[in-house]
Design a protein around this ligand. Structure first.
Ligand code: NAI
Length: 481
């Protein structure tokens, strides 16, 4: 088995935590019980690109129990939990000397070159009986694996990879280098990969944006299920998950008292709502910035001051970006922040805070306090700011991401979405879909018992009155929760 992780001797620790997590993941355990015998994913070769955490380990082993073969990478250079990666490689029956699990290519603190190498490893399954074997399903978070396949196919169609000096960022340049190298090695590698892929199931808002964009342009190559917009994903993981893990990241990174401080949350979507509540729960005075009048009004009615970042930049003790947008905090704004103010991002990519601008020559000097915590000092004022996880998502870089119970909701949607696309390709021509509402309701149902929730049963008369079946779906697709 090929794999690359930090340290297989961490496997025991990882396995213990996986066992604890399974107890908190009733949705995934129910998937194993329901589908473990029939193995609907037999024949699936799943390339997973999603934070390699303990919760993800439970997802991976569920996919395996349902018959899939799996290869895994993380979708962020800082989010891997090395003990989780080790336990997945060693597997339930293996030892560090004789690993029997799933090939994982992920460790905490990858370079960007290593990150894109890992992403390639999950798509390429090597040569079996003289034939190249590739993944036939993608499980993506943020869309990097999907994007790599699409860029590869485009380059092969044109017969050339994009010029390195046309790259708009250091990371894009690395991707272009990957494309140049793969084109030099094979003229149709990515075309072969794309031809094999039956579909992708996408975890997060940012990846979903990319998919809809490709669909609009007509460049999408295979069907996709937008897992993010299952209600039991974005209204739970993005909101309640961040409510838990945002302050976990800030606390582990800085241990600064949050109560009484001015905290600014940029963006009041699902992640912003959870983040603002998280900071308010600690007693911070929370200010929200928004571009969307509906979300701005929601924030105001929830009791937050809503204003522009420029208005509060000089008073903020903590700034958190939660927009999925770029350049939300500029270098000029960072220079106006208070001495030792904290800046962190909880959105998917590191361009919400202008890290490239901050890192440019002569702008500021960097001192690393500990991994994923840096103090940046501006020479003209000698004022410093504390930047978490180099502008990458703080809850996974500085802490351990969302807890198991909420991820069980997200990942049960992932498993159902993988089964849908893999077993019913005829129902999913190229396009972007969400799971049907009865499955969304089912995911929620699977998590009620663990919380001691008792549901009220609709009577036949009541069901007729509302015009809905007694067993659901209970809401129209337009309902917004
Ligand atoms: P969303 O679309 O619900 O919310 C984003 C909000 O930001 C929107 O209301 C939008 O109007 C606002 N916004 C956009 N540009 C802005 C600007 N310049 N200033 C102020 N507000 C602005 O998206 P969601 O689901 O909240 O996700 C946000 C990001 O977080 C995405 O990148 C997503 O992939 C990521 N995410 C991260 C998680 C984590 O664990 N760290 C979990 C789930 C999602």
């Amino acid at each position: 088995m090929d794999y690359k992780v930090a340290d297989l001797s961490l496997a025991d620790y990882g396995r213990t935590e996986i066992t604890l997590a399974e107890h908190e993941m009733p949705g995934l355990v129910a998937m194993r019980e329901r589908y473990g015998k029939d193995k609907p994913l037999r024949g699936a070769r799943v390339a997973g690109s999603l934070h390699m955490t303990i919760q993800t380990a439970v997802l991976i082993e569920t996919l395996v129990d349902l018959g899939a073969e799996v290869r895994w990478a993380s979708c962020n250079i800082f989010s891997t939990q090395d003990h989780a990666a080790a336990a997945v490689v060693v597997g339930r029956d293996g030892t560090p000397e004789d690993p029997q699990g799933v090939p994982v290519f992920a460790w905490k603190g990858e370079s960007l070159q290593e990150y894109w190498w890992c992403t390639q490893q999950i798509l390429d399954w090597g040569v079996v009986d003289g034939e190249n074997v590739f993944a036939n399903m993608i499980l993506d978070d943020g869309g990097d694996a999907t994007m790599l396949v699409h860029l590869g196919v485009e380059a092969e169609k044109k017969g050339e990879a994009p010029a390195l000096d046309s790259a708009k960022s250091a990371e894009q340049r690395i991707v272009f280098e990957v494309l140049q190298a793969s084109l030099a090695a094979s003229k149709d590698r990515w075309t072969q990969v794309a031809a094999e892929i039956r579909g992708v199931t996408e975890e997060t808002t940012t990846g979903v944006h990319r998919l809809y964009e490709m669909m609009r342009e007509g460049s999408l190559l295979f069907p996709a299920i937008n897992v993010n917009d299952s209600v039991t994903k974005s209204k739970f993981d993005n909101k309640y998950g961040c409510r838990h893990s945002l302050i976990d990241g800030i606390n582990r990174a800085t241990d600064v008292l949050i109560g009484g401080k001015v905290a600014v949350v940029c963006g009041y979507g699902d992640v912003g709502k959870g983040s603002a509540e998280s900071l308010r729960g600690q007693g911070a005075r929370v200010v929200v910035t928004e571009i969307d009048p509906i979300c701005a009004l929601q924030a105001a009615m929830d009791g937050y001051q809503v204003t522009t970042l420029d208005d509060v930049i000089g008073q903020a003790d903590i700034i958190v970006t939660a927009t999925g947008n770029r350049d939300v905090v500029t270098v000029e704004q960072m220079k106006q922040m208070k001495h030792q103010a904290i800046i962190a991002n909880i959105g998917h990519f590191d361009n919400e805070i202008d890290m490239a601008g901050l890192e440019a020559d002569g702008v500021a000097s960097r001192k690393t306090v500990k991994p994923q915590v840096d103090v940046w000092t501006f020479p003209e004022t000698q004022k410093s700011i504390i930047v978490l996880s180099e502008g990458r998502l703080t809850n996974l870089g500085n802490a351990t991401g969302h807890p198991s119970f909420v991820m069980s909701n997200s990942f049960t949607n992932q498993v159902l979405a993988q089964i849908e696309i893999f077993t019913k390709p005829q129902d999913y021509p190229v396009g972007v879909y969400v799971l049907p509402k009865h499955l969304d309701e089912e995911v929620a149902r699977l998590h009620l018992g663990a919380l001691g929730v008792k549901l009220t049963t609709l009577s036949d008369d009541q069901a007729a009155y509302l015009g809905i079946p007694t067993s659901g779906p209970y809401k129209s697709d337009e309902y917004r929760y």
